[in-house]
Design a protein around this ligand. Structure first.
Ligand SMILES: NC(=O)c1ccc[n+]([C@@H]2O[C@H](COP(=O)([O-])OP(=O)(O)OC[C@H]3O[C@@H](n4cnc5c(N)ncnc54)[C@H](OP(=O)(O)O)[C@@H]3O)[C@@H](O)[C@H]2O)c1
Length: 376
């Protein structure tokens, strides 16, 4: 037990406390600060700072997760409130490229069902006429037009020339749907070095150049609508991740998404009321992808319906890249989080499988006509 005397001595010896040391003369005889206690004070303030940084990072991460969860819930769980009718006016027209068969035909069909007049664009007049006749028979109140163009060869001036005939219409929807893989001979799925120079040009033209000219020419027409927003819907593909064996197709699909994002931002920045969205499909059974294999396969008709139901709501909220079918979205998410070694094995398995799947064009005679196949 310390005596009173001891306590006083202790007080005198430790006065002033270390925190007041700067106010004392360094030459006085008062005791020097204990370097050990200063170091531990230093360490504890660093600890506090580290704790604060971690807490901030935790809060930011939590907010991000919450924001993402609300976003996902709004996109996937709430019923799409507007759908394609967001772009409907009494005399509205929609143009769909590659609409004689496949997903494009069903886009045109669903647009007609929603009351739009439709412009069908393709390269085979007989197929286009057949599609036109089916649509007109089913939707007698709907007007249709046909544009015949080879999207893998049409030049910018030819495209502009053809499109002049539709600029007087009240165009509110453009669907850049046409696309696929063009090869002159088997195998259809092959490394880049096996492509001929002509095949390279045709594939880039069909998938990237054509839709760029279409967008450039028709964007001002779509933007001139005063009565409400318009839509440009670009068909990309899960192949944009870079699937071996379809390198050019993959690259052009990635181009479509990048172009979509840039033009979308240009429009937003300029206050142009055109929604622009890149659609990323997985496996869809269509004219050239028949039969489709793998997880989340869906037929072209229900797929087109889902896209037109869900994409407008997403586009209206500023989403620029979207997989409207949940199974495709799930498959792409899993692919993204997998390590590259597993992803590579999955892609190689996909390529080996597709190399052996005959496409519609294999039943054609051995003509010089380029064959097409649709890769995912
Ligand atoms: N199906 C899938 O699993 C899948 C997956 C991912 C992405 N996608 C993309 O979705 C879009 C539609 O695919 P899809 O499977 O419906 O394709 P599809 O069945 O091959 O249909 C393509 C349409 O484009 C037309 N077309 C083809 N080459 C043309 C050319 N050079 N000029 C003008 N028209 C041409 C075709 O007409 P003809 O029949 O008369 O040749 C057909 O109407 C494509 O962009 C594709 O890359 C599809």
């Amino acid at each position: 037990m310390p005596t009173n005397m001891n306590i006083d001595e202790e007080r005198i010896n430790t006065y002033p406390p270390p925190c007041q040391m700067p106010f004392t003369d360094s030459n006085t005889s008062s005791p020097k600060p204990d370097p050990m206690s200063l170091a531990s004070a230093d360490a504890s303030s660093w600890q506090e700072l580290a704790q604060l940084i971690l807490q901030c990072l935790g809060a930011i991460t939590l907010l991000r997760i919450l924001y993402h969860a609300v976003d996902v819930a709004r996109l996937w769980l709430l019923p799409p409130h507007c759908g394609i009718r967001r772009y409907y006016r009494p005399d509205a027209w929609a143009l769909v490229t590659g609409s004689s068969t496949g997903i494009g035909l069903w886009f045109a069909w669903e647009l007609a069902a929603a009351g739009f007049n439709v412009i069908l664009l393709g390269h085979k007049l007989d197929e286009l006429r057949e599609a036109q006749a089916r649509i007109e028979a089913h939707f007698p109140h709907v007007q249709t037009r046909i544009l015949v163009m080879d999207c893998s060869k049409a030049t910018a001036s030819e495209i502009n020339e053809h499109l002049r005939s539709v600029t007087d219409l009240n165009l509110t929807v453009l669907i850049n749907n046409v696309g696929g893989v063009i090869t002159h001979q088997s195998p259809r799925i092959k490394p880049l070095t096996d492509y001929t120079p002509e095949e390279i040009d045709l594939n880039i033209s069909l998938n990237a150049v054509f839709m760029t000219h279409m967008t450039r020419f028709l964007l001002p027409v779509l933007a001139s609508n005063r009565s409400g927003p318009s839509l440009i819907l670009n068909m990309s593909s899960g192949a944009q991740e870079g699937i071996p064996g379809v390198s050019i197709y993959s690259a052009t699909k990635s181009y479509i998404t990048a172009l979509t994002k840039s033009v979308n931002r240009e429009c937003k920045a300029a206050g142009v009321k055109v929604d622009i969205i890149s659609i990323v499909p997985g496996e869809v059974t269509s004219q050239t992808n028949k039969p489709a294999h793998g997880f989340g396969v869906i037929d072209a008709r229900p797929y087109a319906k889902i896209v037109l139901q869900r994409a407008p709501a997403a586009a209206a909220r500023g989403v620029m890249v979207f997989s409207p079918y949940w199974a495709h979205a799930l498959a792409f998410w899993v692919m993204r989080v997998l390590p590259e070694s597993i992803r590579l094995r999955a892609f190689v398995a996909l390529v080996l499988r597709d190399r052996n799947v005959p496409t519609q064009d294999d039943t054609d005679t051995h003509s010089e006509k380029p064959a097409r196949t649709t890769a995912r």
